[in-house]
Ligand binder design. Structure first.
Ligand SMILES: O=C(O)[C@H](O)[C@@H](O)[C@H](O)[C@H](O)CO
Ligand SMILES: [Zn+2]
Length: 299
């Protein structure tokens, strides 16, 4: 049996840390701080952080096959050049919804960048409902819209055989699955594979492990949970010393470590005193299961 170790590896004080992504080529963890409008890159060996400021809330970042990164900024799918910190807009969504922004995003196994939107929050989880939609940006930069009526578009990932798309609309308190057609990027047959229990609070970011099980970060629940999407059973709970856990990914050597982001926004002064590492980056080792490499955007 492995023994689990949890440590805060970076006290970044993120207002809302999100979208952790491991980049093997630079041996670093990418993540964003949404309201602080920053994309960050933390080097595992040097422990140094580089930060790129952008002009609107940045809700996700992903690798790009042709170099650099892609990111969802405001309601725009963008390309991000890390060297000169320049941003190029690839596509814009929700043009008729001025109060919307993108939220979580991830690239599918065929190189399409999926991301959903939501109304801007007035406080965590306080927002106008049903304003969001789910989109993907194809490698040729055209955008496909899947559905609307989303409250808080959040975690997403694909099964190891690429036949299922997993998705979380946070305020449904459910982890859903769709049949996935990798050839066309079509989704169908939505169903719930897990409903969160009360103390698990709000499902947020999500990633799949090398055994096809799902890891879901529970906002306000201070934990990540491991789910078997085939049986609908919870397999494991790993608690963290911060309540507002937002997302998780595997990284490090052979993707054997898990990285977890979290938020400070919405915590009262007392909570911040009790959880001074809120907004930091946490590393979990000893889980005994590995992750898989993130897919790069192909456009
Ligand atoms: O990180 C996100 O996905 C949202 O942008 C955050 O604002 C919170 O997670 C949300 O409030 C929880 O429901
Ligand atoms: Zn999220």
């Amino acid at each position: 049996m492995s023994s689990i170790k949890i440590e805060c590896v970076l006290r970044e004080n993120c207002r809302c840390g999100e979208s952790p992504v491991w980049e093997e080529a630079t041996n670093s963890l990418l993540f964003v701080d949404i309201p602080a409008k920053k994309v960050c890159r933390w080097d595992l060996l040097s422990k140094q952080v580089q930060r790129v400021a952008v002009e609107a809330p940045v809700s996700s970042v992903a690798l790009r096959q042709s170099g650099g990164y892609v990111a969802t900024i405001g309601t725009k799918f963008c390309a991000l050049n890390w060297e000169n910190q320049s941003v190029v807009v690839l596509a814009t969504v929700d043009k008729d919804k001025k109060n919307n922004r993108f939220n979580d995003g991830k690239v599918d196994p065929a190189g399409r960048y999926f991301a959903g939107t939501m109304a801007e929050e007035t406080a965590p989880a306080v927002l106008e409902w049903h304003q969001g939609s789910l989109y993907s940006l194809f490698p040729d930069h055209h955008v496909k819209k899947y559905f609307d009526q989303v409250d808080i578009s959040n975690g997403l990932d694909w099964s190891l055989d690429h036949k299922i798309f997993y998705y979380i609309d946070s305020l449904s308190y459910s982890v859903d699955a769709f049949d996935y057609d990798l050839q066309t990027g079509q989704i169908s047959n939505r169903r719930s594979v897990y409903k969160l229990e009360k103390d698990e609070q709000i499902p947020d970011g999500m990633c799949i492990d090398a055994e096809g099980k799902l890891w879901v970060a529970c906002y306000n629940g201070g934990r990540v949970i491991r789910l078997d999407p085939e049986t609908g059973k919870k397999l494991q709970t790993v608690k963290l010393p911060v309540d507002k856990t937002t997302s998780c990914c595997f990284g490090g050597k052979d993707y054997s470590e898990m990285y977890v982001t979290c938020a400070r926004d919405g915590m009262d002064p007392d909570g911040l005193l009790r959880q001074p590492e809120a907004g930091g980056i946490f590393k979990i080792t000893g889980l005994g299961v590995k992750g898989i490499a993130p897919y790069p955007y192909a456009g």
